[in-house]
Design a protein around this ligand. Structure first.
Ligand SMILES: C[S@@+](CC[C@H](N)C(=O)[O-])C[C@H]1O[C@@H](n2cnc3c(N)ncnc32)[C@H](O)[C@@H]1O
Length: 475
């Protein structure tokens, strides 16, 4: 999906963007507030203007991907099946114009060209136990650190079992402290540190002239839950005594969920030793309200700035992944329609039971709708042998494309919510005189939360532009 670059926007432009976002979100809040599994129970299709229904009805999934979500399709020119109403065209253009672009300045990451599961840019020991997505993320965050020029790195949990902290310390030779609330994850991280140290030790014996960049400096792990309301002493404690002037701390959080990202921002602004911040958020629905959003004085004064739980949940979209499914028109797209049909049956039997979790029904696309409903009823503790209205279920099934179209519409708008949350963070930092940018440095196909907020206390000049390309490593 096209979008606007967050880079280089003036304070005035950032503020105006926030104004426009809150206006647009107020207008289309109902689409974003909807739950797709209530498509039939809440007649979501009927909530759309008739002219939109006409335009979207009958569009197949690949057409939705290209015509609505702006994904590249066959040919350069989008061929509309019918004349779209101006309101829908305007919504589409507005969504493209107001969302921060998620497209990095590189195409597919070249590191996986030869082998899709092994990054050619990471040494083998640093790839062990690490999924390709994580390999890409830790490598790219390593480049961010390089651009920022910090020697110390403080991670509020890098990656689940500490992959980022391990790479930053043993791979890049930084002093790293890593804070994680879950003791079991800390223990697992320490175990993996030891394993890597042994591997590196063996390699060095075999190859003594190898540069000993890591010099066996493993990360310092701390098991501690960081309270978002206060400053955490552990973050403020120096890693170890250092020669004067050496303390250049980078605070980083990779997919630090909910308030944890906000806590990092607060520590960055209150702690003089922290000179830079690299933060990738996730799980926006876990943000406290108030406290986690809004942070900036500017956004807090705008009418309609509020973002409900549902809106923040929708902001954790995986747009490119869904668009790719649309383009393939795979049978997996059926799941939302089946689940929405199941909800009608559940409501009929138990009107008070709303949107219960029905995870893990295998191979949904191979099931008939009634088989799916029976399994779903069993999952939520209802009688799977209930007599079903087959004609009604079939009628729901016939509307599968409408369900997909409605979901695509919500997905078109979801990046606006994420943009507003991240823009608020940029404005918060700017209000305190710091320099901050938001850069899509991960491939969005690999890593849906791919916008990295980078902040510094001194102007960084051109370093940010280098970050946007794939060759920051060449620095
Ligand atoms: C969503 S996971 C991200 C994991 C990893 N960074 C990734 O990208 O896969 C967030 C991690 O942060 C930890 N965490 C969340 N809030 C925290 C807090 N307030 N204090 C300490 N750890 C926290 C959780 O235990 C979890 O391991």
């Amino acid at each position: 999906m096209p979008g606007v670059s967050a880079r280089g926007l003036s304070l005035e432009e950032r503020r105006q963007l926030a104004v426009n976002l809150t206006r647009v979100l107020s207008l289309y809040r109902s689409i974003l507030d909807a739950y797709i599994i209530e498509f039939f129970t809440d007649n979501l299709w009927g909530t759309l203007p008739c002219s939109w229904q006409e335009a979207l009805d009958g569009l197949n999934p690949p057409q939705l991907a290209t015509q609505l979500l702006g994904m590249p399709g066959e040919g350069e020119v989008v061929r509309y099946r019918s004349v779209w109403p101006l309101t829908l065209l305007a919504l589409k253009s507005t969504a493209y114009a107001l969302a921060f672009t998620r497209t990095p300045k590189f195409q597919a990451p070249s590191e996986f060209r030869e082998n899709p599961s092994q990054s050619s840019r990471l040494k083998a020991p640093f790839r062990k136990h690490v999924r390709p997505k994580k390999q890409h993320e830790i490598r790219r965050l390593g480049e961010v650190r390089r651009c920022l020029g910090c020697r110390w790195c403080l991670g509020a949990r890098g990656l689940k079992p500490g992959h980022l902290s391990r790479f930053m310390s043993l791979g890049l030779g930084l002093k790293v402290k890593s804070i994680e609330g879950d003791q079991r994850l800390v223990e697992r991280a320490q175990h993996l540190d030891q394993e890597l140290l042994q591997t590196l030790g063996k390699e060095e014996k075999r190859n003594p002239q190898m540069v000993q960049m890591h010099s066996h400096r493993s990360p310092h792990h701390v098991a501690q839950w960081v309270d978002p309301r206060t400053l955490c002493e552990e973050v403020l404690l120096p890693l170890e005594t250092s020669p004067q002037g050496e303390a250049r701390l980078l605070l980083t959080g990779l997919h630090a969920c909910g308030d944890l990202s906000v806590t990092l921002l607060r520590h960055f602004s209150s702690c003089p030793e922290v000179v830079a911040l690299a933060s990738v958020g996730c799980c926006y629905m876990k943000l406290s309200d108030p406290g986690g959003y809004p942070l900036s004085q500017w956004v807090a004064t705008l009418p309609g700035y509020e973002l409900s739980y549902r809106l923040r949940e929708g902001a954790c979209h995986a747009l490119e992944e869904y668009a790719e499914r649309l383009q393939r028109a795979g049978p997996g797209l059926r799941t939302h329609c089946y689940r929405a049909a199941l909800e009608t049956v559940i409501r009929h039997v138990q009107p008070k039971l709303r949107r219960p979790g029905v995870q893990g029904i295998p191979r949904v696309h191979e099931l008939k709708i009634e088989e799916y409903v029976q399994r779903g009823l069993q999952r939520v503790g209802l009688d799977p042998q209930l007599p079903l209205n087959l004609a009604a279920l079939r009628a729901h099934q016939a509307q599968e494309n409408r369900v997909v179209a409605f979901f695509s519409l919500a997905l078109l708008l979801a990046p606006l919510v994420e943009t507003l949350i991240l823009l608020d963070r940029l404005l918060f930092l700017q209000e305190q005189g710091f320099h901050s940018e938001l850069l899509p440095i991960f491939s969005p196909e690999l890593s849906p939360r791919n916008l990295v907020l980078v902040a510094t206390k001194r102007p960084l000049g051109q370093a940010f532009s280098v970050l946007e390309t794939e060759d920051a490593a060449a620095l």
